[in-house]
Ligand binder design. Structure first.
Ligand SMILES: C[S@@+](CC[C@H](N)C(=O)[O-])C[C@H]1O[C@@H](n2cnc3c(N)ncnc32)[C@H](O)[C@@H]1O
Length: 257
């Protein structure tokens, strides 16, 4: 099952301050000299790789790595395919009033993206799934590894991928998905000087057995994934608790479409 965005937590308001403090206290690397994509939100740090919460253990990080072999069946993304900012995508503010995320940002293809192709990594702050280590209000929190209890949150820091909208109410079906892959990272303990470490990335969906999606994503088209029904059900529950009419309306619209 591909990784999906996690719904906001309905019962964790009290934990938010603690979670936020922990995030702020973590050692994160900012990239002040890094060129940021056009339309990048000013209040968000642009990342070229994950940052890690201090609560993530060395064993958890080791469990995310693999030794590279020529016949590996897992998806390896070579360093040459990873550019920041990526020329394949652009962030646009949505001006179409009929778009359910009007006024927000979306991610659009700048050129034709073939089926199954890698577009960009989903970068953010890797944290454990313990209450004190997460931001329960985040709309950008993605499961990295359920068994290891790790997620990646792009609410405060991330890259272009954080602007990927859900297809509901926008298109008939998604044209992309969050998919696991591996990237090379430096490693002094290995003879090769590198190891492969798991990431989640936005991939164009495969063409499908009948070739229905063989067109991939056309230049100018919005890149749309499925967050999973659970994401919208979670938002609906939170909206009801908060009596947030607008949040409830959008969640219901997404569930009805
Ligand atoms: C990961 S963010 C996506 C990027 C966001 N549009 C932005 O400008 O940063 C998730 C949020 O985008 C909005 N969103 C994404 N897909 C949507 C959809 N199909 N309908 C309505 N809102 C959507 C919701 O507010 C959701 O909580």
């Amino acid at each position: 099952m591909p990784p999906t965005l996690k719904p906001v937590e309905p019962s964790s308001h009290d934990a938010s301050a603690k979670g936020n403090n922990n995030l702020a206290a973590d050692k994160t690397s900012t990239h002040s000299q890094q060129q940021v994509p056009k339309n990048w939100p000013e209040d968000t740090t642009y990342l070229t790789d994950h940052t890690y919460s201090a609560a993530v253990t060395a064993d958890q990080r080791t469990a995310l790595t693999r030794t590279g072999t020529a016949d590996a069946t897992w998806t390896q993304i070579p360093p040459t395919s990873i550019q920041a900012p990526t020329p394949l995508l652009e962030i646009l503010t949505i001006t179409d009033k009929n778009h359910p995320a009007a006024g927000q940002r979306g991610l659009f293809a700048t050129q034709h993206l073939p089926p199954d192709s890698f577009t960009c990594l989903y970068l953010g702050h890797v944290h454990t799934n313990t209450m004190s280590d997460q931001d329960p209000h985040s709309d950008y929190d993605l499961n990295l590894d359920h068994d290891l209890g790790l997620s990646v949150d792009a609410a405060r820091a991330g890259n272009e991928s954080r602007c990927t909208n859900d297809y509901r109410g926008i298109a008939e079906r998604p044209n992309a998905e969050f998919r696991d892959c591996y990237v090379q990272v430096p490693c002094t303990k290995r003879a090769a000087g590198t190891k492969w470490e798991r990431r989640v990335a936005v991939f164009v969906l495969s063409a499908g057995k009948a070739g229905k999606r063989k067109a991939g994503v056309k230049a100018g088209e919005e890149v749309l994934v499925s967050y999973g029904k659970g994401y919208w059900e979670g938002r609906k529950a939170v909206a009801s608790l908060r009596r947030d009419e607008e949040m409830l309306r959008i969640a219901q619209l997404a569930l009805d479409s």
